[in-house]
Design a protein around this ligand. Sequence first.
Ligand code: SF4
Length: 495
Amino acid sequence: MELSTRRVDNVPGVQKRSTSIKISMYAAAPEEEISLDEFELFALDRLQLLRGIESLKTRGIDGAELNTKLNQLENKYMPMRTREQIGDNRKDQISHFILRLAYCWNEDLRRWFLTHESHLFKFRLDRLSDQDRADFMIANGLSFEQLSSEAKTDLKDKLIGLAGVEESKFPSAIYYKVPFALALSLIGSRSVYLERGFAYVPLSKLVSIITSKFKIHLTRSLAEAAHMFEPVSSDPRIGALLKNMSKQYVGKDFTASKTSALDKLYPEQVDEAAERHMPLCMKYLHSNLKRDGKLKHWGRLQYGLFLKGAGLELENAILFWQSFFTKVMSADAFSKQYAYSFRHMYGKEGSRKNYTPFSCYKIIMGTPPEPGAFHGCPFRHMPDNQLAAQLEALKMPSSEVQELVRTAKSGNPQIACQRHFDWAHPGHQTMVVEGGGRLAEAANHPNQWYQSSVLYYRTKNGISSTSSASVKSETPPAGGVGSAEAVAPSVEATG
Ligand code: SF4
């Protein structure tokens, strides 16, 4: 089946993309036919790339290490090999426009896409030679005024020393005159010379100014695309993919059949596992289940599938849930009203679909908890004071609590969650785990958080992943995961 992509925007004054330059402002959507397979493949590869960038940022990686890892990510998912590789440019262009459409229809999605596309853009722009950067600016109508030789000579004393341009390199250096307001980010680092409302900027320092322009352009384009989302997403061939793109989880599948002791969980271990190894979202669900003897629909689904991914098998899951629900209802009522839904989760009823545990994306972007419900991501959905109380209950120092609440509030729930993991597992960044690698980044998937935590304690205590030792036999390190239970809120569960 052939599919025609559509133009979603056109920015006046910006020239059409040049296929000879390995970076783009994505001013005009490609107009060509592509297959549905390519449509999906390109979109998912770009999604992996952007999520990889998010993951690197979440882990606080920057500088040369960030560039090296970004390079590896790009080569894996969206290689931009040589100037002649039209195929690479094509994939880059098409995938950008598909994701632009998929991420245009609400504020959170737009912010996410803008943030990570801008990182990618800046990384690529930084990497260009001065000449390629100048070519890119010309090709994209970024018409800053270049200083003539005479003007440059007149300002020589002011310009030498800016952004590391020494006297010996001054004759070949290129400078631009840009409006002062566009160069604000460079003033603090003394990378520009200011005079009469203009900033004189070395070519190498134009990156942040061009990236600002890119962000302005992309912000506007996302708003324009949002107006087109309804008609485009009503196309049955691509509608479901576009609407669900942000919830696509592209990491490890936690429903795969498990064999090692690490991947088995028994009802009597869940309480302790919640205390030591679960991320805040699951600790919170667990403590409310214990308190109320039940959870509402989304809470059962989020926690039930998490426990399934953590290795709680169906029979044990029924025993586990029954032990709580029968505090507020008879065994018969549990059996009639709820046992079916747990068997359904394990693919034993109804459509017999093997449901996968929710990823952080799905939880963060999913239905927010209504009063009396406890699902969702605490770093995204909890009021600040409640989140702070949850973290304080883990014995986290108040300065760290404030920092995490600030991070969560600024729209970075996964960064805050990763910091929670870092605090709870001191030294994990340098720990070499069984098999020779490092612990996987935790705040992508609650089950990854859990597995990384279990692996951390096993490594710390010299327990092999093939050993039959249970999570109970491990000893948490001092200053590690707090022993206090997550604080239950005062609202009553009703459903
Ligand atoms: Fe749970 Fe993910 Fe939120 Fe962490 S970021 S609390 S693992 S949903």
